[in-house]
Design a binder for this molecule. Structure first.
Ligand code: PAF
Length: 282
């Protein structure tokens, strides 16, 4: 497996693979890989002849007060994990390689990005759409793989690919959890022992939401209220949002009369964690 730092090296390698008639899958990541990323690499390895993992902490998707500097990085660990799961090339550029000093073009979206995480992270999706477009242009994959934990990001990427006629199949992969239910995230590493225990409140409260829905409740206010009550029972937790939205428009709905996404962002201490479920997966 190769680790490459430049756009030219990626293009050269992909050109060779294309000349051999091979298909290419892309797994975009910000590194510090865990089993969630491994499942995306596995899926790409299964579906494609070659798999590229991008490993780049994208400054453009972090707000001024967010955790860009402290975001965990470990290229050696990433290389071992990616290789073990069938990755053929890691693209690990420096920020200057991705954004030269004259950089001034952005991919922005006027729908889907104003709700949920977009409310508290106003520049986030512009940064995600811009870097993912660049990665798509650099790698030109047949397929690209994203986790359903970032459900809004997945909807945004699908919409962007459709709007801009990008000839890439977007594959959404299931959330991977620790054995006690906590969704895998590179940010879990910020949690101390007490916060790690407290963080279980996210998945536990979502389970309450699911069981209410299974019992036939369709009123979103009632479901959200039960979820919030559970989260508020945990002293270390502070709710950013708990919402139920239409899966396609990412607009809030009153009743569960269509496929919906129940999503939350909760601070555990200083760490902001997200989790969700799709009603069609219950
Ligand atoms: O989901 C992530 O890790 C990032 O948002 C992505 C898609 C790699 C873009 O930087």
């Amino acid at each position: 497996m190769k680790v490459v730092k430049t756009i030219a090296e990626v293009r050269e390698q992909v050109k060779q693979w294309r000349a051999e008639g091979l298909t290419v899958g892309l797994v975009p990541t910000m590194g510090y890989l865990h089993e969630g990323h491994a499942s995306l690499i596995d899926a790409s390895h299964r579906d494609n002849d070659r798999t590229v993992v991008s490993d780049f902490v994208n400054p453009m998707q972090f707000g001024p007060t967010e955790d860009l500097e402290s975001y965990p990085r470990d290229l050696k660990h990433d290389t071992e994990l990616a290789e073990a799961h069938g990755c053929d090339m890691i693209f690990n550029p420096e920020p200057e390689e991705m954004y030269n000093k004259n950089f001034s073009s952005f991919v922005d979206m006027t729908v889907l990005t104003e709700e949920l995480c977009g409310l508290s992270r106003p520049v986030h999706f512009r940064g995600v759409c811009t870097v993912v477009s660049k990665l798509f242009n650099i790698v030109k994959p047949d397929r690209a793989y994203f986790g359903k934990k970032d459900a809004q990001q997945l909807a945004v990427i699908r919409h962007m690919v459709d709007d801009l006629n990008m000839d890439i199949e977007i594959i959404g992969c299931p959330i991977i959890r620790e054995s006690d239910g906590l969704a895998k995230s590179s940010r879990n590493t910020y949690l101390n022992d007490n916060e790690r225990k407290a963080a279980l409140i996210l998945s536990q409260s979502l389970e309450i939401g699911k069981s209410i829905i299974k019992n036939g409740v369709t009123d979103c206010k009632e479901i959200i209220s039960a979820i919030k009550t559970k989260i508020e029972s945990e002293p270390l937790a502070k709710i950013d949002y708990v919402k139920i939205v239409d899966v396609e428009t990412i607009q809030q709905i009153e009743k569960l009369d269509r496929p919906a996404l129940c999503a939350m962002a909760v601070y555990i201490g200083k760490t902001r964690l997200i989790d969700n479920f799709f009603t069609e997966d219950i």
